[in-house]
Design a protein around this ligand. Structure first.
Ligand SMILES: [Zn+2]
Length: 282
């Protein structure tokens, strides 16, 4: 079932056990816009079936927030213009070169080109895929793009991100809502989970310039500004004490600077920033 945020914004909640991210629907007077296409054709079909129950203007655009499979692989199901930033466009080309038959998928998993979970979802949710080819984006933008869906402006921006280099966020000014995709998360490199520390403050600045009350996240659904501010605060407090690959030094600095031990979230973030230093030093 779709969640109704307002008369013009709906979203399908993330479903973690199936690695399904949050999908968004923004409606103007003339057109509707989709945010992320789902992790498989089946995910997209489930979303479209829910949208059909609403009386909304035709879907004209699908924005892909970044080129991770779980946001991308449903895209062929939409009869609409697909919009991505130029970095995402380059990364999608790699997904277009893949074959989706069982033996190819197994090969990608063995060579770490694809996660085992991704293969499993493709196998269960894409039954006819021997000749599957991911559709190419139709509109490619640099930096920002403003769309008007009919008395409903959407501002797309390619921002700096701790998650990927190709994150697009979508701001709807009259609703004070931002769709963040996965930009505010960390990422895994060489089996180490880390947040790209150098991009944390630029990212927060990029996001906070928008006057927003609500934030939709790829794997959390919805957060208000208070929850978002706590998240930024914990991340920045953790980041400030990590200056090397030493977890011990970071924890010691945390105590000296904050007169307390870190909470569970802060500890998780500190470890992720230490991992970032380890990756940078490799
Ligand atoms: Zn992602």
């Amino acid at each position: 079932m779709l969640n109704k945020f307002s008369d013009t914004i709906y979203y399908l909640s993330n479903q973690d056990d199936r690695e399904r991210p949050t999908l968004g629907l923004v409606c103007g007077n003339r057109y509707s816009l989709i945010i992320d296409s789902g992790n498989s054709p089946q995910h997209a079909k489930d979303f479209l079936r829910e949208i059909e129950k609403l009386n909304v203007p035709p879907i004209k655009y699908v924005v892909i927030t970044h080129a991770h499979w779980d946001h991308l692989l449903g895209v062929n199901e939409f009869d609409a213009s697909v919009i991505v930033n130029s970095r995402t466009n380059e990364m999608i080309k790699e997904w277009q070169r893949l074959s989706y038959d069982d033996s190819s998928l197994q090969k990608y998993v063995t060579t770490n080109q694809m996660s085992a979970m991704c293969m499993k979802i493709i196998q269960t949710d894409m039954p006819n895929r021997d000749i599957f080819k991911l559709k190419s984006p139709d509109l490619i933008f640099e930096n920002t793009l403003t769309l008007d869906l009919g008395n409903k402006v959407c501002i797309l921006e390619n921002i700096k991100s701790t998650h990927t280099d190709d994150s697009t966020i979508i701001y709807i000014p009259d609703e004070k809502v931002v769709f963040l995709g996965d930009c505010a998360y960390g990422t895994t490199t060489n089996s180490l989970f880390h947040y790209k520390q150098s991009l944390l403050l630029p990212m927060i600045k990029d996001i906070q310039k928008y006057d927003a009350d609500m934030f939709l996240l790829g794997h959390e659904s919805i957060c208000d500004s208070n929850e978002m501010n706590i998240y930024w605060e914990e991340l920045t407090t953790a980041s400030q004490v990590v200056k090397s690959t030493s977890l011990e030094n970071a924890l010691e600095s945390f105590k000296v600077e904050n007169y307390r031990v870190p909470n569970d979230n802060e500890l998780f973030f500190i470890k992720a920033f230490v991992n970032d230093h380890i990756i940078q030093s490799q």
